[in-house]
Design a protein around this ligand. Structure first.
Ligand code: FES
Length: 353
């Protein structure tokens, strides 16, 4: 036996009992006790891989397809086992056909199951501080436990902004700008991501008459960025590269869809990953993530589905997705859908279960 058997095309969520306890992960794929070894590997040339729990009650997604490059953990490789991403079955589509479409309330928010919601940021209440227009989009009062999101528009006299103790990932939604982090200036076009380390401040200035708009995700969740009279003289030189635009060479494909990490562990981000992705006209099979996520729709229309309801999504809308919430994002546009996501804890956007 030279290649492992594909036991399943999704990982197994398991809770490991206590720190230091050894678990034997099946590498051959023949075990009937996935993801753990039951001895079926005898004579195959495969051996189980031993993993010791890092903490009491550690929750992990162990690979069951046996194609992962990061054993014993799922790394999303199961998404590339077929020509197309796993889509909702005809039975699921028929069963959900009568689920209600939740209309947005007067603040532009449509609440789905488990605290998941879709919000139109321009319908939320804006306030002005330090020369910025700030719209809270995701906050602790909305049920977010790990991240916050704000929509920011700088005026001509906008001051520097900072948040104490949290990482920030920025995304230039529209316009061209000079983004200053600490004393370093980055020139960027639309749909570019930026990483701001704890203790650093940032500033943004449009390079044309077109107003610019930034999505700002703060992790751990906290208060909105605070205006400062002067930019903090702090820039972590160990990580000089803070900006990432779309680059076809950096795309990761998942069957008929792709994503590109803009800000992640490679850039030094410890808490949060930011990515851009594209999906074709399709409705993914319902699935879950072990992370809490904020998704901004950049182009295309469709629906966000949870167990008992759905909400329409369109460009500019933001989806708050709690950890472990069953969901499916449907794209109804012929030209597909582009989205930007940011999630905690940092990792691969391909990992689902
Ligand atoms: S189940 Fe194997 S990589 Fe996800």
């Amino acid at each position: 036996m030279s290649t492992p058997h594909i036991a399943a095309k999704k990982p197994c969520l398991v809770t490991l009992k206590r720190k230091g306890k050894a678990y034997f992960w099946c590498q051959c794929g023949l075990s009937k006790s996935q993801p753990f070894c039951d001895g079926s590997h005898n004579g195959t040339g495969f051996e189980p891989l031993i993993y010791k729990a890092q903490k009491d009650g550690e929750e992990v997604l162990f690979c069951a397809c046996k194609q992962t490059k990061n054993p014993p953990f799922c790394d999303g490789s199961h998404n590339a086992l077929d020509d197309s991403y796993e889509e909702a079955s005809q039975e699921d589509i028929a069963a959900s056909a009568s689920l209600p479409i939740i209309p947005p309330d007067e603040k532009g928010k449509a609440v789905l199951d488990g605290g998941c919601y879709v919000v139109t940021p321009t319908k939320t209440t804006a306030h002005h501080v330090g020369g910025w227009q700030i719209r809270p989009v995701i906050a602790g009062r909305d049920g977010a436990r790990f991240l916050s999101q704000f929509l920011l528009q700088p005026g001509p006299d906008a001051q520097a902004l900072a948040v104490e103790g949290s990482e920030m990932v920025l995304f230039l939604n529209q316009g061209s700008a000079h983004i200053t982090i600490g004393g370093k200036i980055f020139k960027a076009g639309p749909q570019t991501g930026f990483y701001v380390r704890p203790g650093e401040g940032f500033h943004a200035r449009s390079l044309s008459d077109t107003p610019i708009e930034l999505s700002c995700v703060i992790c751990p969740t906290g208060p909105e960025p605070t205006p400062l009279d002067t930019m903090p003289d702090i820039f972590d030189d160990r990580i000089p590269q803070r900006m990432m635009a779309m680059d076809p060479a950096k795309r990761q494909t998942m069957a008929d869809r792709f994503y590109q990490v803009l800000v992640g562990e490679d850039m030094g981000s410890k808490q949060v990953t930011q990515f851009i992705g594209e999906i074709p006209r399709s409705r993914a099979a319902a699935h879950r993530h072990l992370y809490e996520e904020a998704i901004t729709i950049l182009s295309g229309e469709g629906f966000m589905w949870t167990e008992n309801a759905r909400a329409a999504v369109k460009p500019g809308d933001v989806i708050f997705l709690p950890k472990k919430q069953l969901h499916s994002l449907e794209c109804t546009s012929e030209s597909g859908m582009r989205l930007m996501g940011a999630f905690y804890p940092a990792g691969s956007p391909a990992i689902n279960y």
